[in-house]
Write a protein that binds this ligand. Sequence first.
Ligand SMILES: [Zn+2]
Length: 254
Amino acid sequence: MRLAMSGWRGRAVGYEVSAYLLDGVLVDSGFPGARRALLGAVKALAPRGAVITHWHEDHSGNAPALARLGLPLLMHPQCEATLRARPRIGAYRRFVWGRTEPFREGVTVFDVAPLEVVATPGHTADHLVVWDAERRIVASGDLFLGVKVRVAHLHESPLGLVRSLRAIAALEPRILLDAHRGVVENATAMLRAKVAWLEDTMGEVHALAASGYSERAIQRRVLGREPLVGLVSVGEYSKRSLVRAILREEPRQN
Ligand SMILES: [Zn+2]
């Protein structure tokens, strides 16, 4: 079951985010501004617990409120540490999603079985997905987002993302429950297409850098001009950040 959430600010820039109920487990908690809708759904649906896929505010935004309800929670230890430290986020993210309140509550953990939680670092270091092996469905958080995603946050690890995408593709899922794209069919083929595109892109970026091209020139040649989100986020979530994140890591040795 999908719980789609958007606010007027998110709609203005074309963003919405979904949480999912998979085998009685809530996956993600929406952004802070969607608290009332999310808590209403939780009361009606009575999930057995919630998995927070990663610390970004459109996924963890209501984790503190869920903990206060006494709902068991599961997240990466690094995600919990980040929420407790409450990192500063860019102005555009505060504008679109709001900022997650500080996480002070204790966490009751729970067993997601028969589901499994799989660490999938890349988009963030603390990223998790939830795998339903019986139905071959993966609630994938921000692992996928699309085949050709030409923007990234500076803190992303493209190499890590490729490894995680390969690991999940190897499970041969049928369906991805993507936090922003919704339900994605042909999941295994889509994941493999993303791996191929990312590897090609990384190869081109490294090759141009080795030939002495500047970051800006590489961005223009490989990814094109900056989209609106790259400009309004002052480069935080941008094509330039993707180029920079790729160049920060070593070229892959095949
Ligand atoms: Zn994210």
